[in-house]
Design a protein around this ligand. Structure first.
Ligand code: GUN
Length: 280
């Protein structure tokens, strides 16, 4: 058996086409601001991709690239200014930040209505409480891929490996909202292979290349690979290539979940703009 390839690029194109049309009907251009500190090459490349995608959809985009030695107070002042800017709809502070900065403190300063990353505690609370809000892009992308391919989530057993604030924890909440039975596994989980074998939907979000091996996957299961590590310049996922022979559905890496992250960021920006401007 060879797994069906869940083509994140294709789903992302679909989301983009829908957004392009929706944005073209607005009487204003939604606007997003990116805050990037230092010169981490991966962050530079991610922000460039997000900036380009925004522009291509008719979203006004501005990148605030700050030097490595920017102080906590300077970043917070910039975030305050962006909060006050009545034309700005979204604010994204690219992570990770340099180690002298307190990322959590910066994130709580973002106006929750502009928090297009869904990382503010207010949005995290809304996510777990079943309320409307802005929710993290990568986990939203996972659900969108499954829905695009008509893969059932309701009542299924979803095992998520990795408990990060960006992916694992919000993915657990979103799968729960879709009525999956959710297990959130992590580095201290005992007998991880046995747990993974029970998954109808297995999400790998650790950042350890090839850690999900074929023997950990139930035949026919759906496997979503979120891990992304560059090994000698080559992008590798958390899912071992042998899993193609066991899984029913699998996202490739690259070309899988990453494309959806940016598409869902644009979807969040659209929602932030329409919700915020309806209230003003
Ligand atoms: N760094 C890696 N992924 C992300 C993301 O989705 N949002 C932010 N802000 N930083 C990231």
């Amino acid at each position: 058996m060879t797994a069906v390839r869940l083509d994140g690029r294709e789903v992302a194109e679909h989301v983009k086409t829908t957004l392009l049309e929706a944005i073209s009907k607005l009487s204003y251009k939604p606007a997003i601001h990116f805050v990037r500190v230092g010169d981490d090459p991966a962050s530079i490349s991610y922000v460039r991709g997000k900036d380009r995608m925004a522009t291509s959809l008719g979203v006004t985009s501005k990148v605030h690239a700050l030097p490595e030695d920017t102080s906590q107070a300077e970043v917070e002042t910039l975030v305050d200014e962006l909060n006050q800017d009545s034309d700005g709809d979204g604010i994204l502070v690219q992570l990770p930040l340099p180690s002298h900065l307190d990322a959590q403190q910066i994130l709580v300063n973002i106006d929750p209505a502009k928090d297009v990353d869904g990382l503010h505690p207010v949005n995290i609370g809304r996510l777990w409480a079943g309320q409307d809000g802005l929710f993290p892009c990568t986990p939203r992308g996972l659900i969108a891929i499954l829905k695009h391919y008509d893969i059932d989530i309701l009542g299924k057993r979803a095992v998520i490996v990795g408990r990060s604030n960006l992916v694992g924890k919000p993915a657990a909440a979103l799968f729960l909202r879709e009525h999956a039975t959710v297990t959130l596994a992590h580095s201290r989980t005992q007998n991880l292979p046995k747990l993974c074998q029970q998954a109808d939907i297995l999400v790998a979000a650790v950042g350890k290349p090839g850690m999900i091996t074929a023997d950990m996957v139930k035949p026919g299961a759906t496997v979503l690979d979120v891990g992304l590590t560059r090994v000698d310049g080559v992008i590798q996922g958390d899912v071992h290539e042998d899993v193609w022979e066991v899984a029913g559905y699998l996202t490739p890496m690259p070309g899988g979940t990453g494309r959806m992250t940016v598409a869902m960021l644009m979807d969040n920006t659209y929602h932030a703009a329409t919700m915020r401007r309806a209230q003003n």
